[in-house]
Design a protein around this ligand. Structure first.
Ligand SMILES: [Zn+2]
Length: 72
């Protein structure tokens, strides 16, 4: 259950329910889990997922390389 229409992201976000609490809070990159305390960060905007019928907001962040899908 993903809704990524609010912000254009070059690659599909991972399933929020499979992420760590730190990733859900935007402390770590949603794609690779890297600590985002330092360096450049891309805010992916408000996203939603559904847990037990409740719509939950989360605010994923990622490092720029992961957002563009340029992993090599
Ligand atoms: Zn990353």
């Amino acid at each position: 259950m993903k809704e990524i229409d609010e912000v254009s992201v070059a690659r599909e976000l991972p399933d929020a329910q499979g992420l760590s609490s730190r990733q859900l809070r935007g402390v770590e990159c949603v794609f690779c889990g890297r600590d985002l305390a330092l360096g450049d960060v891309r805010d992916l905007g408000q996203q939603h997922y559904v847990v037990y019928g409740s719509r939950v907001s989360w605010f994923p962040r990622a490092d720029p390389a992961c957002v563009t899908g340029g992993a090599s």
